[in-house]
Design a protein around this ligand. Structure first.
Ligand SMILES: NC(=O)c1ccc[n+]([C@@H]2O[C@H](COP(=O)([O-])OP(=O)(O)OC[C@H]3O[C@@H](n4cnc5c(N)ncnc54)[C@H](OP(=O)(O)O)[C@@H]3O)[C@@H](O)[C@H]2O)c1
Length: 230
């Protein structure tokens, strides 16, 4: 992968976890934040854990200007506003991955419930707000941050949904760089609606059973699973 990956909102647990895993895989990563100093501190934390990691920290708009491979990891309640602010900085022809889940917890509801999104899903809202020519790819909504921030291999599949086949392939490749992850082409972006709901289910299961659940899709032909790890 030649392009840097900018993780917008990368100072939170989900963004940090993805940044850590990609840094370990040798990717160049930019942590994005509303505050450049906070982003740089987060980058330093990753460098402490991954000596030699190619990680830096920048304010979100500067991160968008630095690369056209973006990963959005902000709470749903801040997603639309941030995208509107960043629109002028997001480069056409790029890829915008989105892990946002519209959890009710963000507006005082239960973490195991989701909010209705007018566009169908958080990822479809992103597609509506992103500049023309940017391929939005929904992925990583079901990967728990606790596991991502750990050292063990993940025990989960990542379902990748987008309306752009090339973008889906690239994001599957990126997901497969995380040990234990199998990436699966999940079809059109509209399927993100279903994938986002699964996160609420997993959170509910984790509360009920006091665990750290993830999802595995069984029974597909081997060719459906993209993985770099045996
Ligand atoms: N945590 C998980 O296990 C998990 C799993 C799957 C999916 N997700 C999804 O991934 C996303 C991020 O999760 P998270 O737990 O990392 O969230 P978080 O800690 O609440 O937020 C992540 C970062 O987003 C930035 N942010 C917060 N509010 C914002 C706002 N109003 N506008 C712009 N930026 C804002 C903050 O960075 P700065 O203050 O530095 O800008 C924060 O560190 C969420 O949509 C979540 O549903 C999370």
């Amino acid at each position: 992968m030649s392009r840097a990956i900018a993780v917008l909102g990368g100072t939170g647990p989900q963004g940090m976890g993805l940044a850590l895993r990609w840094a370990r895989a040798g990717e160049t990563v930019i942590i994005g934040s509303r505050d450049a100093a906070r982003a740089q501190q987060a980058a330093e934390k990753i460098k402490e854990r991954v000596p030699g990691a190619k990680v830096s920290g920048m304010e979100n708009a500067a991160a968008c200007a630095a690369t056209n491979l973006l990963m959005l990891t902000v709470p749903f309640e801040g997603q639309a506003e941030l995208l509107k602010q960043l629109k002028p900085a997001i480069q056409a022809g790029g890829i915008l991955m989105d892990a946002t889940v519209p959890l009710a917890a963000g507006v005082g509801g239960r973490a195991s419930r989701t909010l209705g999104v007018w566009q169908g899903s958080a990822a479809q809202q992103t597609a509506e707000l992103a500049p023309k020519g940017v391929a939005v790819v929904a992925a990583f909504q079901n990967t728990g941050a606790d596991a991502l921030n750990g050292d063990a291999a993940m025990d989960c599949d990542v379902i990748v949904c987008s309306d752009d086949a090339n973008a889906t392939a690239l994001v599957c490749e990126l997901a497969a760089k995380i040990p234990g992850v199998r990436a699966i082409d999940g079809g059109k972006l509209e399927n993100a609606r279903i994938v986002e709901q699964i996160t609420a289910l997993i959170i509910g299961l984790n509360i009920r059973h006091k665990g750290h659940g993830g999802i595995r899709i069984t029974g597909l032909p081997e060719s459906a699973y993209k993985t770099n790890h045996p």
